[in-house]
Design a protein around this ligand. Structure first.
Ligand code: SAH
Ligand code: SF4
Ligand code: F3S
Length: 440
């Protein structure tokens, strides 16, 4: 028997990259690779990269620099760059770091086995096409290994929205939805292997319009209702959504679908209509607020999450104030805020940039407000009973940790539960990043 080759994958960026890394490991599994946790004993290192902000992209080059010594000691080591930096910078990566053997864009992963063989023959391999065929369908060979209780499942990829700041439409290409039957097959397979909660993924997941079994166009809500019927699947989530694609049936599902969890990540980016227009977001602050009213009418306890960009070109103090006002009005359980980062090739890169010190200051003020809201909501959970899906042992002996339906991290001391169990838990204390509870 030949000893298996070892694969080290490091994943950056969004959940879609996490999902893709799992698929790539499976595809290379067919080539005799097993995963390792350390780059030191790897025969192949694969960085699955993110291009969303400048810092994320630049990190890749410093990370590659760290592997120089390894490669010198072990000339057979192959180094690959996958993901959105690979798509955006392609050949440039090999120019800047000649030790890179392989560059593969997010739509070409099913070609990895042939590309790996090419590198073994001493050649460089580069593929940043947007092929027609379904990469997920071709990336077969999923080993039937047992899984943890939660999993991601990509149902939609790409984006046609072209927000003026964003690279995703260029790195991931146009919106494509996977057919319903393939998603259901994959979901049933995950459940058989121990998964109890599935998060449906897409860069614009609520724009999902995959073909149903009879060829008819599905909506995300229709897909969720089909998944609701899968025995053994207990929880369904989805991310990331765009406000313009929150269809009536999806809002209604939040009120009526028993397995759909009361949590919604719905980025708005800014509270200023002037800036939203310049961002090409095609919604206003008011239309977003009215939308949230309708969602909360359907599911009053839903926990809202969002994304914000501060310091977008030409943002004034008054524009920023409008963002703070919007946050005050919504009250977020979670929110992610970023300082605008100039991305080459996007329309906003050409415009008058905000003073970086001013942008830093706004970011701090926004984050202070968001942290306060987050803490208030966590504190308000004390005394309430939530359902927790237990995922792993906690830090202390006997402790078990999991997530509530609102995605709060909850831990319970000496809990008579196992991984994958769902139990009612009464919250007794709130810390900065987690809640403590007792089995109810
Ligand atoms: N498809 C999702 C997520 C896009 S990327 C959506 O439309 O919401 C995740 C977040 O990164 C975005 O919501 C945005 O807040 C942030 N982001 C994207 N481009 C950025 C840039 N150039 N500078 C700073 N933040 C950015
Ligand atoms: Fe980027 Fe906008 Fe598309 Fe989201 S909707 S991925 S922010 S272009
Ligand atoms: Fe980053 Fe690409 Fe995801 S740019 S956020 S890894 S889609």
């Amino acid at each position: 028997m030949t000893t298996p080759k070892k694969l080290f994958i490091k994943t950056y960026g969004c959940q879609m990259n996490v999902y893709d890394s799992e698929r790539m490991a499976e595809a290379l599994g067919g080539q005799g690779y097993v995963e390792t946790r350390s780059p030191d004993d790897a025969d192949m290192i694969l960085l699955n990269t993110c291009h969303i902000r400048e810092k994320a992209a630049e990190k890749i080059y410093s990370e590659l620099g760290r592997y120089k010594g390894l490669k010198a000691d072990k000339p057979d080591l192959k180094i690959g760059v996958a993901g959105c930096v690979a798509q955006a910078e392609g050949q440039e990566i090999m120019r800047r770091q000649p030790m890179v053997d392989l560059v593969v864009g997010p739509q070409s992963y099913h070609r990895l086995p042939e590309m790996e063989a090419k590198t073994r023959a001493g050649e460089k391999a580069l593929d940043t096409d947007f092929p027609e065929e379904d990469k997920f369908e071709k990336l077969k060979g999923r080993p039937k290994a047992q899984r943890g209780p939660t999993a991601f499942l990509t149902v939609q990829e790409g984006c046609d929205k072209f927000c003026a700041f964003c690279v995703v439409p260029y790195t991931r290409g146009a919106e494509v939805s996977r057919p319903v039957d393939r998603i259901l097959t994959e979901a049933r397979d995950l459940v058989e292997r121990g998964v109890r909660e599935i998060t449906l993924l897409g860069q614009n997941v609520n724009a999902y319009h995959g073909a149903g079994p009879d060829g008819s166009d599905y909506t995300l809500a229709k897909l969720i209702w089909d998944l609701d019927k899968v025995d053994g699947l207990e929880r369904i989530r989805f991310t990331t959504s765009h406000p313009n694609d929150m269809t009536d049936d999806l809002i209604e599902a939040h009120g009526t679908c028993p397995k759909l969890m009361p949590y919604l990540h719905l980025p708005v980016q800014s509270g200023s209509d002037r800036i939203l227009k310049r961002m090409n977001r095609s919604h206003t602050a008011d239309s977003y607020l009215r939308l949230i009213e309708r969602i909360r009418a359907a599911r009053p306890d839903i926990l809202m999450s969002g994304d914000f960009i501060v310091g977008f070109p030409e943002e004034t103090e008054a524009d920023f104030q409008a963002t703070l006002d919007l946050v005050e009005e919504v009250t977020y359980g979670y929110a992610y805020s970023f300082k605008y980062s100039t991305r080459p090739g996007t329309p906003a890169a050409e415009r008058a940039q905000v003073d970086p010190a001013e942008a830093d200051d706004r970011l701090q003020r926004l984050q202070a407000l968001i942290t306060r809201q987050q803490r208030d909501i966590q504190n308000s959970m004390v005394g309430r009973t939530v359902n927790v899906l237990f995922e792993k042992p906690g830090r202390l002996p006997g402790q078990m940790g999991g997530k509530s339906e609102y995605l709060h991290a909850v831990h319970v001391a000496d809990a008579p539960v196992g991984i994958g169990d769902i139990a009612a838990v009464r919250i007794v204390d709130a810390a900065a990043n987690s809640l403590a509870g007792v089995i109810a």
